[in-house]
Design a protein around this ligand. Structure first.
Ligand SMILES: [Zn+2]
Length: 141
């Protein structure tokens, strides 16, 4: 028996799927995949559980939300929000930033090459593709 899904329920589901697809990390993953690279996700045995890991290349990518990780890019609107909310979210964001710094430092110390992609940098896919390709190098290496 096929499950009965009302029209309303279906559109709710579709809306959820679509909004999930716009999450910056998924956008980056899809792009990397379409460029032909293969990766592992959320490696729990590495500091900071990096989002996207290329084990053989010993390279990894973090995709950072601009608000929560306090983006410093000029013209980033979400980072501006986080700065103007310092009183309330400040301590939380500050500890994120500190943790990011520590994790990246220890990853580099054990020989990983690290690329941080900010949420606001994921809008321009062409530019992002060039950056990722430069960072990762040839697909098979
Ligand atoms: Zn940003």
């Amino acid at each position: 028996m096929p499950a009965v899904i009302t029209k309303e329920r279906r559109s709710q589901l579709m809306a959820r799927i679509r909004s999930k697809d716009t999450v910056p990390e998924l956008r980056v993953r899809r792009l990397i995949h379409s460029l032909g690279y293969r990766y592992r996700l959320h490696s729990k045995d590495l500091p900071g559980k990096p989002d996207i890991v290329f084990s053989r290349k010993r390279k990894l990518i973090f995709v950072h939300g601009c608000f929560w990780h306090c983006c410093k890019k000029a013209g980033c609107r979400k980072a501006h929000q986080s700065r103007s909310n310092e009183g309330y979210w400040g301590p939380k964001i500050e500890s994120n930033v500190e943790r990011d710094r520590k994790c990246i430092r220890s990853l580099r110390r054990i020989g990983w090459k690290v690329l941080v992609i900010w949420e606001c940098e994921t809008a321009d896919e062409e530019r992002l593709a060039i950056r990722i390709t430069k960072f990762l190098g040839p697909i098979r290496s």
